[in-house]
Design a protein around this ligand. Structure first.
Ligand code: MN
Ligand code: MN
Length: 469
């Protein structure tokens, strides 16, 4: 290539680079340390409630305290609010007044899983089971024949809330959903993936050992209920006011001979939630504008509900903070910026036909910006404006963050959504960005360590920046 062409190319054409060709060797140790913290977070936070509790524990360790309405709110204050133990909002109050807006990172802490139905317990053919109702977009065939644990709470009529944990501790028994043997699976194997495993067959196997005498009935179910009663003091009726979630009984682990990736349940979206949280906790100085981290529930089923991003809980928190500084909420909102921190699909060469390679997110190419999400012609997307994308390009480049910009897949292949639209609908300028994930929504998802770390760096850059809007 002639020097002239080489120069011209450098000047005019974009050159995507693998993140490992951009970060120095010194960054690798920091990346590993960060990812070790993230993996520990994942293992302790397999449900939204556990995630919220761990978030609060980490925040309090770093000097955050619960916000109580009416409190004084001044620069440097580190405050948080727990929304019903399932969503957390944290604020590091900035030097400028809230009239100049806030820098928000919003992620979600719920993940696809199998919830128990309200009348879950039954016995069939002398085997005891729990009926489940899946939560979020799962591929049902992936949830059979893997070890599962049961996490959540049973709320009693007297107000007591009993935490339930079956399967998380070493030596604990695990639960499983069975599948057909191939020898008898010929008809099932002809069905499309989406219908081969009906939702009503996702039943958790609980026990097989009867109590009592031969002539007694329902002995296996009774034996299981007896064990639950011994451990948790609950009866079958208490299961009607329980929130119990079957989640994979697997901890986060390094993936690959080079240990460059992390395999785990719940990367979507705890990988961005942790990045948003850790970057906030690691702010060494009072930010210029107030930095807000919102960890929402219910994203996987549409962000509705009192703990979802569409709930007024967020507005209430922000309005309370604003009221403490005599700032109208609407003034704060229109000057605010939100990075909707959610995962995107990583290009998978085994399934190349659903991706458009020029606009796909690649593993190890850094945090993936998405100007829009949505499906069928951007439906459901907030579609950030060009000025907002330019703002983030500048923020990330100035902070040396490795980033890429992508779409979820081919235009006609499908699509997805995030909390971005709900923030944008509040008159808050919003842009999506997050970690590219392989096998998203599977019980065991894979991400690149470099992308996890760059997302953390990106969140920090957003908190420290001041959106000009
Ligand atoms: Mn997500
Ligand atoms: Mn998701």
């Amino acid at each position: 290539m002639s020097d002239k062409i080489k120069k011209l190319k450098e000047q005019l054409l974009s050159s995507r680079k693998n993140g490992y060709d951009r970060v120095g060797p010194s960054a690798l140790a920091e990346m590993e340390a960060y990812c070790a913290g993230y993996m520990a977070f994942l293992d302790s936070a397999k449900t939204e409630r556990l995630c919220a509790a761990e978030t609060i524990r980490l925040a309090e360790e770093r000097g955050y305290r619960p916000y109580v309405r009416g409190m004084e709110v001044k620069a440097g204050d580190k405050l948080y609010v727990s929304n019903r133990g399932k969503s957390v909002m944290l604020a590091h109050i900035g030097r400028r007044t809230l009239a100049e807006g806030t820098q928000i990172a919003a992620a979600h802490i719920d993940s696809p899983r199998l919830d128990l139905k309200p009348n879950p317990l039954y016995e069939d053919s002398e085997l005891a089971y729990f009926k489940t109702h899946y939560y979020g977009g799962i591929r049902k065939y992936q949830w059979v024949t893997i070890p599962l644990e049961l996490r959540g709470v049973a709320a009693l009529k007297n107000g007591t809330v009993v935490p339930v944990n079956i399967g998380a501790e070493p030596g604990d028994p695990r639960l499983v959903i069975t599948d057909l043997l191939p020898h008898l699976g010929q008809e099932q194997a002809k069905k499309p993936l989406a219908t081969a495993i009906p939702g009503e067959t996702l039943n958790l196997l609980l026990g097989s050992r009867p109590i009592g005498d031969e002539e007694d009935t329902g002995r296996v179910k009774l034996a299981v209920m007896q064990l639950l009663h011994e451990k948790y003091g609950i009866t079958e009726d208490d299961l009607t006011s329980a929130e119990l979630e079957a989640v994979p009984a697997m901890n986060a682990t390094d993936i690959g001979l080079d240990r460059s990736m992390i395999g785990a349940y719940g990367h979507d979206d705890r990988v961005c939630a942790y990045a948003a949280l850790k970057a906030l906790l690691d702010l060494t100085e009072t930010p210029e504008k107030t930095a807000l981290c919102v960890l929402a529930d219910k994203e996987e089923i549409g962000s509705d509900g009192v703990t979802g991003m569409q709930s007024a809980a967020f507005d209430t928190f922000l309005e309370d903070l604003c009221a403490a500084q005599d700032v109208p909420l609407r003034v704060c909102r229109e000057k605010s910026f939100c990075l909707s921190a959610d995962v995107t699909a990583a290009y998978d060469p085994d399934y190349a036909d659903v991706y458009e390679k020029r606009n796909a997110a690649f593993l190890n190419y850094g945090v993936g910006l998405c100007k829009y999400t949505g499906a069928r012609g951007k439906s459901g997307a907030s579609d950030a404006d060009a000025e907002t994308v330019a703002y983030i390009r500048r923020v990330f480049d100035e902070a040396g963050v490795v980033w890429q910009i992508a779409e979820l897949g081919k235009v006609d292949a499908g699509g997805g959504g995030t909390v971005a639209a709900y923030m944008a609908n509040r008159n808050i300028t919003t842009l999506d960005a997050g970690v590219p994930v392989l096998s998203m929504h599977a019980p065991f998802e894979t991400v690149g360590k470099l992308d996890c770390y760059e997302t953390y760096l990106g969140m920090g850059a957003v908190y420290r920046s001041a959106f000009p809007g």
